[in-house]
Design a protein around this ligand. Structure first.
Ligand SMILES: [Zn+2]
Length: 146
């Protein structure tokens, strides 16, 4: 059985960092349902390494790790606010979305319309790869490199 998230963990595509329980990754233009379109830069996902469908399937250690990674990633995003959601309509492998709202985003484009703002930062694989490197560097700095 093929799983987009499990496959991505194997290839490392879009992966920012991880530990034995969780992977932090950036969404990619080839994500299911995205059809190759540019992505909102900074849209991260925290995913358990184990293929589990929902929050209720996490072990206590995995649940704690999910929260730690979400907080750590949120600090490294350097946003004025980080939205967080679990939807799961496209992929049956738990993934917690973290979506930054950058300073200056007009109120009418706040979540869930962030990527509709004409000045929203969108990018393809090259921009994602560069940002992944920047976020990875901020993760290693206490406080997220601010
Ligand atoms: Zn999976």
């Amino acid at each position: 059985m093929s799983c987009y998230v499990c496959d991505k963990h194997q290839t490392g595509d879009g992966v920012v960092a991880g530990d034995e329980l969780m992977v932090l990754a950036h969404v990619l233009p080839d994500a299911p349902g995205n059809d190759g379109a540019p992505v909102y830069l900074g849209h991260l996902v925290v995913e358990p390494r184990r293929h589990v469908p929902g929050l209720a399937d996490l072990t206590p250690d995995e649940a704690a790790a999910l929260g730690r990674w979400a907080a750590r990633a949120a600090r490294a995003l350097h946003a004025e606010h980080v939205y967080s959601s679990i939807v799961g309509h496209q992929v049956d492998h738990l993934h917690l979305h973290l979506v930054p709202r950058y300073p200056g985003t007009p109120r009418e484009f706040w979540w869930p319309r962030l990527d509709e703002w004409p000045a929203a930062p969108l990018g393809g694989n090259a921009e994602v790869t560069q940002l992944v490197g920047e976020i990875r560097a901020r993760l290693d700095v206490p406080g997220g490199g601010r």
